[in-house]
Design a protein around this ligand. Sequence first.
Ligand code: C2E
Ligand code: MG
Ligand code: MG
Ligand code: MG
Length: 279
Amino acid sequence: EAKNRGRGTYAAYRREMRGRLEERALLERDLQFALGRGEITVSYQPMFDASSSRVLCYEALMRWTHPIRGSVSPADFIPIAEENLLIDELGGWLLYTSCAEAVKWPAHVKLAVNVSRLQLINNGFFATVVEALSLSGLSPDRLVLELTESAVLEMDDDLQDLVKRLNAIGVSFALDDFGSGYSSLNYIEKMRFSMIKIDPKFAQSSAEGSANSQAVVSAVVSMAKSLDMVVAAEGIEAGEQADAMRELGCTCLQGYHFAKPSAFVSPDRAASPNRRQVA
Ligand code: C2E
Ligand code: MG
Ligand code: MG
Ligand code: MG
């Protein structure tokens, strides 16, 4: 009897796995054509100066509106794109499109673009960035590339060289989702990040009064200050979280509490608690 149940569970598991693989294969097929069919767009989410409440930067976030499935999260389609080398095409398009948008903003407002490890280690990446900047006319010092910890976990000579060349033309780097994975001081020492974005879980727990979380944030802030890095708190969903992170020394705030990602930008406006924008 137990044996039969086990077999039933295994069959269900097989069915589910097959379902997921088919699902993925379908998404993969459709993703090949998504850009050409105009289904890929860019949303922009502002990052605000914690004291003046002015917009410092917009983060470009890729959006895929599938004709049948509707909105597909980048968390789901970026990994698929990475496996199929589509990431270079999509990433290159996003870089160029967002740079062309950013030249229209006031000159003090920067553009942040997420870059995955596979894009970074591709030989053509430096040329893609240079091309996006020159075609759009965006000044390189307005472009910030956001990398996650996992993207820089293995820092080989090629990667270090690429980072140096990008730094040399004025492009800067932000460390995204800091504290979500294998935070290491190794690459902070090796890379010159201009910004650290602290993972949303620290804003949550700090606002809830976790002394441990507050101590970690304070330590990150003081390290960042001495290395001349801006500390941003991301994923701020409530006023108490904004207050907590501001008090702990974060000078840049981002999250649904202030503004959701949007196809439309208004760089002149200051942060105010979210007025239910369309994502
Ligand atoms: P990320 O770079 O850490 O971006 C932040 C994500 O959190 C975004 O989700 C954003 O919409 C969401 N978010 C912002 N504020 C809040 C908040 O207050 N609460 C909550 N719950 N979420 C908030 P999104 O747009 O779905 O992107 C997910 C991830 O996909 C990004 O994480 C980034 O790693 C990746 N991604 C997005 N666009 C691109 C891209 O163009 N290229 C690459 N390589 N990766 C991208
Ligand atoms: Mg990001
Ligand atoms: Mg992040
Ligand atoms: Mg955010």
